[in-house]
Design a protein around this ligand. Structure first.
Ligand SMILES: Cc1cc2nc3c(=O)[nH]c(=O)nc-3n(C[C@H](O)[C@H](O)[C@H](O)COP(=O)(O)OP(=O)(O)OC[C@H]3O[C@@H](n4cnc5c(N)ncnc54)[C@H](O)[C@@H]3O)c2cc1C
Length: 430
């Protein structure tokens, strides 16, 4: 095949290009944004000012697609480490036990990560990454997509078009123009409000830990995360379901004090702030069910947030985009088979986040009896994991998208949870 066009030069688009360049002589990645020459925030990726955790699985798959990437990021100041070791995880109001998970995480700002991925992809033979090109429509002939149309009127022919334009993807509308049905959308209203601020990092902050995650609980629908970044910085993100974001520094610290554990409040009241808090609102998580369509044009595929944009609190988007990019390595996949493969990738993270979100009173939808039962079990699981590094390790394997949630109910896990019954009523220690 000769030419593939990718719409969107963010994480999903760039990783798609990294995969497609192994199959196509030429790959053109188009983005409507001005792409910064240095690693900086840009308009089309407003999320980059907020905590952007890369799960261990995501880092691993990005290294498969772009060998040596994580080492290059570490050389530029990114921090690599075990996800359970220099990390504080408070879930369901329980501080989970430390240990060694065997899962290697990478702490890096989103601008540095995206910038390095863009440099690597742009240097691949036959790949061009073009800024300030807005795709406004698809070209098609006899039910097959044959290229894209740009706002400036230019037509770019392609053997394959991959839509990686994010949550605002136009493919559902373009399908209608071509006489196809759009995908059904599943939406979960989360009304999640973020506020994030950077701080100067000192080695004594959080006693040398580099990750602190304080998750929401049904009674405390607020969360926070602090991630150490390159250049001796922290990014601290505070989040609330259905409640206004904190704006000024005083509000930011006051909000941090309402979380289920005091770690982030302590950090933001002792570290030196760098800049003002920035806010972001995510009204819904959206999943587009392309795999359920009866017909879909050849020559077109969709990936990344354009297929599913998750509740960002769980840090899954970039990892899912990386896993989906691997599906593009397979030249023999029909659109139907490709979307079935994507659905299998999305099912697990979607199940994890929707199950957790539906337990929060402000989200719409009701948990099913099965979900309520699982929720009750997870409360016991977390209580046990507060004392059991092995249970914490298993939990992190699920949240890092290595194992399915069912693994938390395997007979060995169940036995450990039941044995720990006597230790249930331990509060979160400071
Ligand atoms: C607040 C927030 C926090 C997040 N935190 C995390 C996290 O901690 N960990 C994690 O893994 N993920 C996180 N995510 C998700 C993550 O940012 C995305 O999953 C990831 O960027 C992949 O998205 P994407 O490339 O599919 O789309 P996007 O990142 O949305 O990029 C779409 C690109 O397409 C371009 N574009 C759009 N329309 C057109 C057009 N018509 N023509 C040309 N170009 C176009 C845009 O300019 C943009 O560059 C977060 C998201 C949000 C909103």
């Amino acid at each position: 095949m000769d030419h593939a066009v990718v719409i969107g030069a963010s994480i999903a688009g760039l990783l798609s290009a990294a995969a497609l360049h192994r199959r196509f002589a030429q790959v053109t990645v188009l983005d409507r944004d001005t792409l910064p020459a240095v690693d900086a925030h840009r308009r089309g990726a407003g999320q980059s000012r907020h905590a952007h955790g890369l799960l261990a699985r995501g880092s691993e798959v990005m290294d498969e697609l772009l060998p040596g990437l994580s080492a290059e990021l570490v050389a530029q100041g990114a921090i690599r480490g075990d996800m359970q070791d220099r990390a504080r995880h408070v879930h369901a109001g329980r501080r989970l036990a430390r240990g060694s998970s065997g899962l290697t995480g990478l702490l890096v700002s989103r601008p540095l990560l995206e910038g390095q991925v863009r440099r690597r992809v742009g240097a691949l033979p036959g790949v061009r990454v073009l800024a300030e090109r807005t795709v406004t429509g698809l070209l098609a002939r006899q039910g097959r997509v044959t290229g894209v149309r740009l706002a400036e009127g230019e037509l770019i022919p392609a053997d394959l078009v991959v839509d990686a334009a994010g949550r605002g993807s136009r493919t559902p509308f373009w399908l209608g123009d071509l006489g196809f049905r759009p995908p059904r959308e599943e939406r979960v209203t989360i009304d999640l409000r973020y506020s994030s601020r950077e701080f100067r990092r000192r080695d004594d902050h959080l006693a040398g830990d580099v990750i602190a995650v304080v998750g929401p609980t049904p009674g405390t629908p607020r969360a926070g995360v602090a991630l150490a970044l390159e250049d001796e910085r922290w990014v601290v993100t505070l989040a609330g379901y259905g409640m206004g974001p904190p704006r000024g520094h005083g509000d930011f610290a006051a909000f941090a004090a309402t979380l289920a554990a005091p770690d982030l409040h302590h950090l933001v009241t002792t570290a030196e702030p760098l800049g003002e808090p920035r806010t972001y609102h995510t009204p819904t998580a959206v999943r587009r069910r392309y795999e359920r369509l009866a017909s879909f044009p050849d020559g077109l595929l969709v990936t990344g947030d354009a297929v599913c944009s998750f509740n960002p609190l769980y840090g899954q988007g970039m990892t899912v985009a990386a896993l989906e990019a691997k599906a593009l390595l397979d030249p023999g996949l029909s659109p139907a088979a490709y979307f079935r493969r994507l659905a299998a990738i999305v099912d697990l993270p979607w199940e994890i986040t929707v199950g957790a979100d539906l337990r929060i009173a402000t989200t719409d939808g009701r948990p099913t009896p099965k979900m309520r039962l699982i929720g009750a079990y997870l409360d016991r699981f977390h209580a046990a994991a507060a004392h059991d590094p092995e249970l914490t390790r298993r939990f992190l394997r699920v949240t890092n998208l290595y194992d399915p949630p069912q693994s938390l109910m395997s007979p060995p896990a169940l036995l450990r949870v039941l044995r720990s019954g006597a230790q249930r009523a331990v509060p979160v220690p400071a």
